[in-house]
Write a protein that binds this ligand. Structure first.
Ligand SMILES: Cc1cc2nc3c(=O)[nH]c(=O)nc-3n(C[C@H](O)[C@H](O)[C@H](O)COP(=O)(O)O)c2cc1C
Length: 171
């Protein structure tokens, strides 16, 4: 799948089949995080790959914004150094790399976070110097979704040409 097609069709997936993920796909997802560029190449991040069913169940219980983590085949817990100014931006970029890489090989995922992050850190023995940014569950999508099911603002509401409020003229 071409990069643009992955961006065009990817959706937040919250329902997964129970299928195990191919090792090759897992490797690609993890490498996508590892290879992402970060501010000043500081790489202020850690990625904890959770596949144990008991831990996935507990993550689903702790993250109330993502109970479906319990039904995923694998979750990547993303942590950044608390003292990194760019940690959230860097982590967000790595998360998008993983989401698009997964989507391109038929694996759905989503960003779950904001609530329960400290408890997630405790569960997974994450050191105090790190903060949990998100938990990203991955799995084979239960339903075929994608493409034109996006609900987005009209492009001209948020894209401007040259100056704010002026339309972008495309040839
Ligand atoms: C920074 C960020 C945080 C998000 N947090 C959550 C979350 O905690 N739980 C959740 O189910 N989805 C979460 N999402 C997914 C969004 O709800 C989703 O991207 C948005 O609704 C668009 O979905 P679509 O691409 O399927 O149209 C998050 C997305 C982003 C980018």
């Amino acid at each position: 799948m071409e990069t643009y097609d992955a961006v065009r069709t990817v959706l937040a997936i919250r329902e997964f089949k129970t299928d195990a993920l191919p090792e090759e796909s897992i490797r690609k997802i993890v490498e996508a995080a590892h290879l992402t560029g970060s501010s000043m190449n500081a790489q202020p991040w850690h990625f904890i790959v959770v596949q144990r069913k008991d831990l996935l169940d507990q993550l689903g219980g702790l993250v109330s914004s993502g109970p479906y983590i319990a039904d995923s085949s694998l979750a990547v817990v993303v942590a950044t150094e608390k003292n990194s100014v760019y940690g959230i931006s860097d982590a967000s970029r790595a998360i998008q790399s993983m989401i698009l890489t997964a989507w391109s090989v038929g694996i759905g995922s989503n960003w779950a976070g904001w609530v329960g992050m400290e408890a997630v850190g405790t569960l997974l023995n994450v050191p105090d110097s790190l903060q949990i940014v998100a938990v990203i569950p991955f799995g084979v999508p239960k339903d075929k979704r994608g493409g034109n099911q996006k609900n987005r603002k009209p492009i001209n509401d948020i894209v401007h040409g040259e100056k704010f409020g002026e339309p972008l003229v495309m040839g």
